[in-house]
Design a protein around this ligand. Structure first.
Ligand SMILES: [Zn+2]
Ligand SMILES: [Zn+2]
Length: 78
């Protein structure tokens, strides 16, 4: 699943967390985009994003997780 990373800054003892959102468009990513739409919002997106990534839905990685809203949308559309 093509996904866009949102980095949540941790506070003091809390490490940074990466939230993966499903991509909100099918625009080809050349790695130089200044905006990525996300599936869970019509208005919000990721500004100055990292390139889109292919992320497994059963992602298990420390400090990384899927956006709950995006997961719901994905499971509805399948
Ligand atoms: Zn999302
Ligand atoms: Zn891009």
């Amino acid at each position: 699943m093509l996904a866009v990373a949102e980095r949540m800054r941790g506070r003091r003892d809390v490490p940074d967390l990466v939230i993966w959102h499903a991509s909100g468009d099918d625009v080809e990513c050349d790695g130089g985009c200044d905006f990525h739409a996300i599936a869970c919002s019509d208005v919000e997106g990721i500004v100055l994003p990292a390139p889109k990534h292919d992320v497994p839905l059963d992602l298990v990685a420390p400090g990384e997780r899927w956006c709950d809203d995006c997961l719901t949308i994905i499971s509805r559309s399948e």
